[in-house]
Ligand binder design. Sequence first.
Ligand code: MLT
Length: 399
Amino acid sequence: MARFNERFLDLKESYLFSEVAKRVSTFKEKNPDRDVIRLGIGDVTLPLGGSVVQAMHRAADEMGKAETFRGYGPEQGYDFLREAIARHYKEIGADIDADEIFVSDGAKSDTGNITDLFSADNTVLIPDPVYPVYVDTNTMNGRNIVFINGTAENDFLPMPDRSVRADIIYLCSPNNPTGACYNRQQLEEWVDYALANDAVILFDSAYESFISDKELPRTIYSIEGAKKCAVEFCSLSKTAGFTGTRCGYTIVPKAIKSVSPDGREMSLNKMWNRRQTTKFNGVPYVVQRAAEAVFSPEGQRESKAMTAVYLENAHIIADTMNELGVRYTGGINSPYIWFECPFGMDSWTFFDHMLEKAGVVGTPGAGFGKNGDKWFRLTAFNNKENTIEAMKCFRKLFD
Ligand code: MLT
């Protein structure tokens, strides 16, 4: 009989957002007449921009004609999209070559898939709380995980501890779930630490487009030395409404080297290329043309307008927290509001309480790590009307 990977026994019974969805559907079965407002999973609600949809239509028409039909595309992504992404990087302060950019179906897959490149005996440093994919995928691989604490005391922005030796470091900024965002000096410290330890930073920048403060870095490559030690993951999911369309990109600079246990050097860029060509057949042509349109001037205007709507919702939620005296972070350079559970409740108890009494769904902080046990996340991705209504119901919890 085939033996299974025992590491799966170390995982929680279900993935965080599957558990949330399960509890909501149980609630709906028991209360079919109750309306529920979803501020749980960070799924967007605004439609794709007009220029993006037009690009998809044009590409679909090309696929329907023998002269312009395309079969398998390059696993790394079409040049037209890789070059558009390279131009975007220039605009946000970094020089990236198109052949350092790998187009994918999203940052979630890539932040997990990248673990293929590293030996199982590496020590992985992961902030707590953070997006659960980093912990789950490294647990599946049986790696030693060391957690660094994000707490209200350090504004949920943990910094390197020089006494800890790490080989791989996950950072997410603006952070999911806390919305906290590293400044330039803090990222410089992380890059210094990685270079001093010969470590690799796996930097998740999926929420970079929500950074409105011009002083905050939107890519780790705007920090000197980062191209020697950092891989960056980004996605069009939140930036341009691609959660259902699926397109992201991973930057693996050619300057990053890694060594085998017996000291042989390999280029991570070549290894990722090798991995992708074996295991991935690329993103559909139609989707890549849509993604290319996101980086056009019109596409950028559309994306900015979407981000502005979500940030306005975030302000509505933040205003409610201010009014009620609830401690929170995020909501300024991020679509997430991370607040302390009221009434001394732990986060799963508060999840049930809020669902039952207010009909609002959020995400329990415990799902992002032990430091989230008394904290809770709301997203700004619903529409304005629902966000206002959800906050009205939320206020009633305090009557
Ligand atoms: C979240 O709610 O944390 C995100 O939607 C998850 C994701 O992007 O996969």
